[in-house]
Design a protein around this ligand. Structure first.
Ligand code: UD1
Length: 333
């Protein structure tokens, strides 16, 4: 089989590793670059076990021009790049904004330079619904303007989208809502080295006893039960959308677009905790706490554009996301 080469930066990370599996299963050859700073080699070996094939892996930092240049030279025919590699903690970005600006922007600039010089014309960029800030209308669609960024992390996503927009490269930015879950095999998952900041990984840590308890950040929002509302999307559905974006960009010329990637349904923090307890048949110890600064009250996606243009629809249930997240937590160490 003559597989097209897809360079996946950050392929040892959470969403990256799930995308490797879906790319391979759809006839592509993923090639990974990752500096393993907030990811794990286990995700590469896990993906290899799932697809029963070796994956080319380079331990390289995306901001390192020379090393990245070597990869582009060695691989010669790269058909498209999926750029996941980035720092992703909202909270850390507030404490260390420079770290976020220098890494997240510089890695993309390096990539664009190299893509230009090696004649690689297609990029799928890992963006976030955070680019909308607090949207005026819900569900939010892609016509909504970029809002005031709630964090330096959010600002880097906005700046990266703008950088890509200005480049001559064909591009698709995928604006993720809140990814949850793991591959059904539990062989790959969220391997971030940092203490998790996201809701479901924190719930999992409470369930496993790694944390004694957790807080719900605010219960006085104007929502169904006072807690914040988000749009939780199963990571396998998310990964499949990347393959559809690759298909689309390789089959069309002159593409510059962005798609929302959520399920289109708002779920409150309280509902997530309740569902997690029910699906996994266990009790989570939590208390009500103050609001977390920078949190948006509610945000969920209008998926019409990606439904119509790529034919992508989510198929995995929210409950299966919570179940697989817990299975991963139990098996990951
Ligand atoms: C944000 C971004 C998202 C980005 C992600 C990266 C927005 C709208 N979303 O997600 O695009 O990819 O960061 O990390 O900006 N919560 C608790 N207790 C906890 C942890 C979380 O109540 O211990 C609540 C939060 O207040 C929030 C919800 O759970 O309402 C989800 O939080 P989290 O998982 O951190 O994701 P976002 O902040 O929505």
């Amino acid at each position: 089989m003559n597989r097209k080469n897809i360079l996946v930066t950050g392929g040892a990370g959470y969403i990256g590793s799930h995308t490797l599996v879906e790319l391979y299963n759809s006839g592509y050859k993923p090639i990974v670059v990752d500096n393993l700073s907030n990811s794990s080699l286990n995700n590469i070996t896990g993906a290899e076990q799932i697809i029963k094939s070796k994956i080319d892996f380079y331990k390289v930092d995306c901001t390192d021009f020379e090393q990245m240049n070597k990869v582009f030279k060695e691989k010669k025919n790269i058909d498209a790049v999926i750029h996941f590699a980035a720092f992703k903690s909202v909270e850390e970005s507030v404490r260390h904004p420079d770290k976020y600006f220098s890494n997240n922007i510089r890695s993309l600039e390096t990539l664009i330079d190299l893509m230009n010089s090696h004649n690689v014309n297609n990029i799928i960029f890992s963006s976030s619904c955070t680019v909308y800030g607090t949207p005026e209308f819900l569900p939010v669609n892609e016509l909504a303007p970029f809002g005031k960024a709630e964090s330096p992390y959010g600002e880097t996503k906005q700046l990266c989208e703008k950088l890509i927009e200005k480049s001559t490269i064909n591009s698709i930015s995928l604006r993720y809502f809140n990814p949850v879950g793991s591959h059904p095999t539990s062989l790959i998952g969220d391997c971030s080295a940092d203490k998790p900041n996201n809701l479901v990984p924190i719930i999992c840590e409470v369930a496993s006893g790694k944390r004694e308890s957790m807080q719900i950040f605010g219960n006085d929002y104007n929502t169904i039960d006072g807690t914040c509302v988000r749009d939780y999307i199963h990571v396998v559905d998310l990964a499949k959308a990347h393959v559809m974006a690759v298909n689309h960009i390789l089959n069309n010329t002159k593409i510059k677009t962005a798609y929302n990637l959520g399920v289109g349904k708002g779920v409150s923090v309280q509902e997530v905790i309740d569902s997690f307890q029910k699906v996994n048949n266990l009790k989570i110890s939590y208390e009500l706490g103050p609001r977390r600064s920078g949190d948006v009250e509610k945000i969920y996606s209008d998926n019409t554009k990606i439904n119509d243009e790529l034919g992508w629809f989510p198929v995995m249930s929210f409950e299966s996301g919570l179940e697989s997240a817990w299975n991963w937590e139990k098996l990951k160490n």
